[in-house]
Design a protein around this ligand. Sequence first.
Ligand code: 26W
Length: 788
Amino acid sequence: MTSETEKRNKMSQFQKDVISFLRLQYGKALAEADATEIYHSVSAAAMCQARKNWGRLEEGKKVCYFSAEFLVGRLVSGNLVNLGLADQTEELLRENGVDASVLEEIEDDALGNGGLGRLAACFLDSAATHGIAMNGYGIRYRYGLFRQSFENGFQKETADRWLRFGDPWSVRREDERVRVDFKGQSVWAVPYDYPVIGYGGRTVNTMRLWQAEPMEEFRFDLFNEQKYDKAYEERNRAEAISAVLYPNDDTDAGKRLRLKQQYFFSSASLRDLVKKYEGKYGGDFSHFSEEYAIQLNDTHPVVSIPELLRIFMEEKGMSFRQAFPIIRQTFAYTNHTVMAEALEKWSVKLFRSVIPQVYRYVMMLQRSLLKALEQKGITGQAQAPYLIMDGSLVHMARMAVYGSHAVNGVAQIHTEILKKSVLKEWYQLTPEKFQNKTNGITQRKWLLQCNPALSRFITERIGSGWITHLDQLKKMERFQNDPETLRRFGEIKRRNKQVLADYIEKVEGVTVSPDFLFDVQAKRLHEYKRQLLNAFSILDIYYGLKEGRIAGFTPTLFLFGAKAAPGYFRAKGIIKYISEIAKLIDGDPAVRGRMQVLFLTNYGVSYAEKLMPAAEISEQISTAGTEASGTSNMKFMLNGAVTLGTYDGANIEIVEQAGEDNNYIFGARIEEIEKIRESYDPVKLYQSNPRLRRAVDSLVDGTFSDGGTGMFRELYDALLKGASWHQPDHYFLLKDFDSYQETRLRANREYQNPELFYRKCYLNMANAGKFSSDRTIRQYYEEIWSNR
Ligand code: 26W
């Protein structure tokens, strides 16, 4: 028996399938295949395994998660882990002399901007892992979030052609296409189904992403009349609808195409559900809300409420009185932001020009609302904060609350802010609707997959139950005083830092040392997240080291990962400013070996999978009351980093679990911010604090150059004079500078005592159990979705 056949016999079915797929599809052996061919072969063979249980959970109530974004990252890696095929894949590649990281050449499916999109992906993983029938409904964007590159420190954007690697994880279901109508245009919505494989592969739900296509592929008649462009016009107009993800995060662009996208996937998904329901129960829709729970991921899919009303009344002959209670019991709404500029308000004019057929049902909802308000004695001007339509605008958040039976925020402080300010009138009207659902993350991706060394370290000590029950992590506390355990923990962190350093060398061409303290701020670029405050602090440390004012400073690598929305001028200015600081420090021998700043390129899910295991300090420094929750904070915690942060979002619950003394909390609390907001005078702080003034002045005193773009002057004025609709220093950077600097330098000092510092890191990991999206999804299920 040749070694070949011996080798073949001991191969698993999956491994055999990979080999035969390669031969059948590409006529190649594994050793001679390229990354894309291996990607397709491994994915096809794994898909085979996934199909076994795909859609098994069709009986019983189904949760439908409507989201304009699903930031799933590189699907293959997560699916192999959940199917238990990751080791077999690695073994098969190794035995054929193929580098296990070959699949890293395949880019992310970046079908999302940031927090909201990634949360949706974590939720899908948790629901499938815990046997909850939950399917995702969204858009199959041809181009995801732009690829970021830098030219002389300026962010550049290029299209994200993720489909050029093909899409082996989707099944095109042409037979289930539905028509979607706009004013003057109808298109096909063609579904692409992606398996959502729970850990262990027992439950496989579906992520259905709709693609827009012309009713008629090619107008041959026009072609014959030599009207070539016109022959393609309909096609282009149709495909444009699902062509590209809007790269705005927390700022409403209010564009026509964006509204078309929202209606496109909302209407297609509802038609699909209604068709399936009718197939099962006929025309009696009175049990619709017992069959389906629809979660609205922010206001982006809220047009679903008047659309379902239109379908029920116009196509199923129901009355408003019959239809609306069912609709309200079916929908629930999650709010993810308190940023005024992110709350979607569509102009009535635009709304009517795109989807006039829906507009009359928005009117109907408004009439029903006004009646309800009158019944509660709310009349005249007192009705203003409730109006779904106030003459010129359609307020999507108000429609969401009125049309849903449950409304939730994504962290305790955020939900309180919704109750006390953003939606206070609605809370007074219907307090029973308001709930909190503190965000979570899936430990399958954010520990088991991205940090195998730490995963093994944990499993060796408490078993592998944590993979599906993260609260078991608490058991790790029992080893907190065992020097051997802490030493091993530190070693693992060290090795992960080396892995990241090698990766940065490879993709950034920059050398960083794992001996440095790794301090990381990774999230979208936004003024309220205060990357600029981080930059001012770094500059002050630089001057402090040069002047000898700061002694005994632990050499630190300051890492930034962040994309700015292409139209967000100030955010792009902050990126350029940080790159200028990096260049200054890099070029100054006086601080070489003591500090380094690096802005990572094209930060996204896959980069985060390298960053989280290596980080030691997690920067969560948003102004109190601005970050709804944050989820990167949870990922850093789970991977054994301490939080340097404000009392904001889920940071509060993180220190509640792990202890304030195991983290580094600074800054004004929300109460203080609200108290001083009116009288706040940042200029006084600027004038009275020379170190702060020096940092701020570096924007305009010639220390740095913004290439004549005016970006730095704009930033400077926004801080001291106020700009656009904001008062000066709208996010209180100058206010929090001193306490941030103090706390940061304390953390830096304590790092020199590894037992002390790593024990804090260790205790954060051990107390991260609450922040599993399994807990979050269970709460949604028990308190919002299940028929109680
Ligand atoms: C209309 C443009 C637009 C696009 C996206 C507005 C708002 C958004 C999202 C709501 C922004 C977002 O991602 N918010 C983040 O959601 C996370 C998940 O709940 C939270 O953890 C973050 O705090 C929140 O900023």
